[in-house]
Ligand binder design. Sequence first.
Ligand SMILES: Nc1ncnc2c1ncn2[C@@H]1O[C@H](COP(=O)(O)OP(=O)(O)OP(=O)(O)O)[C@@H](O)[C@H]1O
Ligand SMILES: [Mg+2]
Length: 481
Amino acid sequence: MRAKILIVDDDRDILLGLENRITWMGHEPVTAGNGKDALRLIEQGDVDLVLLDLELPVLSGLEVLERVRGASHSERRTEEDTSATYTTPLIVILTAFGTVERAVHAMQLGAFDFLTKPFSADHLTVVVKKALATVALHRQVDVLRQEVDDRYDHLVGTNAKMATQLTIAKQAASSDVTLLLLGETGTGKEVVARAIHRWSPRRSKPFVAINSAALPEHLLENELFGHEKGAFTGAVKREPGKIEVAEGGTVFLDEIGDMPLPLQSRLLRVLQDQTFYRVGGTQPVRTNVRFIAATNKDIRRAIQQGTFREDLYYRLAVITVTLPPLRERMDDIPALALHFLNRAVRMGIHRTCALSDRALQALQQYQWPGNIRELENVLARALILCPEDTLEPAYLHLENSLSPSATEAETGSPLRHYHESMDAYSRKFIEESLRRNGWNQTRAAEELGLQRTYLTKLLRQKDIPGRPSKDSSSSSEEDSH
Ligand SMILES: Nc1ncnc2c1ncn2[C@@H]1O[C@H](COP(=O)(O)OP(=O)(O)OP(=O)(O)O)[C@@H](O)[C@H]1O
Ligand SMILES: [Mg+2]
């Protein structure tokens, strides 16, 4: 990374020396001889790191530091303004020998590090490298945070079914009741969970997600409750779990249907008593968090099968919000598609791109087994492959998907249940073989690996005509002979 480094010192020789060193290190130096000029340059917003002397004319180094750190605090994100990002530079203090207390004070005010003059070039290099590594890390965090926000901070759509559910969620948000979010995969459960957190009085505290399906039991236990030093081999110090990290905020228990039974019992205790024990701990830890759980599993069936505790279910499902699958909110497709296309443009995936009417129609006819996530992926893929500014249906590749609608296209019937689907598929399979074999049942039976008599029985059972119907004969000439 080639960084822009501001050097602030009223000693010309020091300025020159540092400038040379910074240039030698491959970075871009800028200089200021007093605090006022330094502040003006920092406010321009593109400085990555400041080497700041404390003894300065006009405005002292400490005053500069205080103003910069003050600005970074007031830049904190609020619910209304989600655009501000952390842009204030890191500050390394240059302090004269014998004034270390002031340097310590500067560190308390938020300086990153300090160098005592005179310092060696090597020492300077080490400190600058360390500071820039931290700057790079901050940037990465900013980018990732922006990506998460971009993904989860938008609730697009006005569909009536969805709106009813969101009204319930909004009403519940202001209280501390536990919510259970139900819905197929990709329907937006995490998006809604984060929205509930934003609508709640806990919005300035952390939102922490834990995925029960992602980890084996002992790791999940550790993730939830943390551990004490020595709790197990490798537990070299006490580590808080996510419930503790979320203190004051919201814990999102994703894929709760996959939580192992022993952990369900421990979680139930947390919900009942608002206390828990860290792994290996003997002292109860009090907690103040709000729980939101989500699953795409049929929890009632899991209860019947004994894999989910009924008492936990009732504790979690004080309020249940059920997100409709996308195929039941097709009226939201234009708005969602526009949202994803705009986002792709913002991310530089494509310049501009519009959906053709036919493409929009294709999106609205598809069944979306993967729901909004699938829509998002289909559009992302289409945008990458599409060289034009208008997306046509061919780029959506919907007909190739292994989905009910693809099967529907193949079998020509709208499908719901397994047996219905299989029946329709086997009809199509047999018909195609007959057609390929010129409606010769002996040859078709051979091809299918069936007894001729069994094939005849199947034809009767499934009411498949043994001869070409008018439609199919006109569609394929060679088959009818
Ligand atoms: N209303 C919405 N507006 C905009 N984007 C949405 C909306 N709902 C979902 N999405 C997008 O769809 C994707 C899937 O959403 P999310 O992860 O919340 O689904 P989920 O129900 O948690 O799925 P899973 O059960 O697979 O975890 C996300 O990338 C999200 O940005
Ligand atoms: Mg999810």
